[in-house]
Design a binder for this molecule. Structure first.
Ligand code: SF4
Length: 210
C-alpha cells in the first residue's frame, strides 16, 4: 500500500520541525526548568507582535519522522518536552506524545487553543490570541493561562479567559517583548490590585539562551 504524504501529516507520523533544542523554560509556571523544546512549523493566527514569524509557513521546514524526534529527545537526557510553535495543534500530536510517554518523558504544550486538542499532556499552557480565540474544550483542560499584555485592553481579554478556565488553572500576565518598558509598570500595578495573577518574564531572553 502506498502511504500518501498527507496521511503521514494528518496522523502525526511526521511533523514540520522548525527547531529542536535542550534548554531552560523561560516563561510561565515552569520557568527555570530544563526541557527539550520542539518548535513545529505552521501558524495562521497572525499576531501583529509575533516573534516566531519564521515558523508560520510549515512548507519552509522539513517534515521529520516523529520517531526520529523522540530518539533525539531520549539522547538529550531531558525528562520533559515542551512542544511549541507556530501553533502546534495544527498537527496531530497523538503519536508524538504516546512515544514520549512510553519513554517516561513528561509532555508540555504551549498553544493558542485555536485548534482541537490532540496528544496526551502533563501540562497545557493556554495563551489565547484575539485573532483566533481558543476552543472552549481547551479552556476546560488548561493547566496554565498565559496572556500576552501589549496594551491596557489586554487586561480585559485576560479576565475574559480567567472566567472560562477551571479554578486550578495558574494565571500569568506576560509583557509583549517589544513594549516591555512601556507596559511593565501597568502590569505591576494591575497585579498589585488583582493578586490572583503572576507575572511571566521571558527570562531566556535575558540569559541569551534559546
Ligand atoms: Fe506567532 Fe504564536 Fe501568534 Fe502564531 S499564535 S502568530 S506563533 S504569537
Amino acid at each position: 500500500m502506498v502511504v500518501k504524504e498527507t496521511d503521514l501529516i494528518s496522523d502525526g507520523a511526521r511533523l514540520p520541525v522548525v527547531e529542536e533544542f535542550f534548554s531552560l523554560q523561560g516563561e510561565g509556571y515552569h520557568t527555570g526548568k530544563a526541557a527539550y523544546f520542539i518548535r513545529l512549523g505552521g501558524c495562521d493566527i497572525g499576531c501583529s507582535w509575533c516573534d516566531s514569524r519564521f515558523s508560520w509557513n510549515p512548507n519552509l521546514h522539513p517534515m521529520v519522522e516523529t520517531n526520529a524526534i523522540i530518539d533525539r529527545v531520549i539522547e538529550s537526557g531531558a525528562d520533559s518536552v515542551v512542544v511549541t510553535g507556530g501553533e502546534p495543534l495544527m498537527w496531530g500530536l497523538d503519536l508524538l506524545c504516546a512515544g514520549l510517554k512510553n519513554k517516561n518523558v513528561s509532555t508540555f504544550i504551549e498553544t493558542s487553543g485555536a485548534y482541537p486538542l490532540s496528544g496526551t499532556w502533563d501540562w497545557i499552557c493556554l495563551s489565547p490570541k484575539k485573532n483566533m480565540p481558543p476552543l472552549i474544550e481547551i479552556c476546560n483542560v488548561a493547566d496554565e493561562l498565559k496572556v500576552i499584555i501589549q496594551d491596557k485592553s489586554d487586561f480585559v481579554w485576560a479576565e475574559k479567559y480567567h472566567g472560562l478556565i477551571r479554578l486550578e488553572c495558574r494565571l500569568y500576565l506576560q509583557p509583549e517583548w517589544s513594549r516591555f518598558e512601556t507596559i511593565i509598570p501597568e502590569i505591576v500595578e494591575y497585579i498589585k490590585k488583582n493578586a490572583k495573577w503572576r507575572i511571566s518574564l521571558q527570562v531566556h531572553k535575558y540569559m541569551h539562551i534559546p
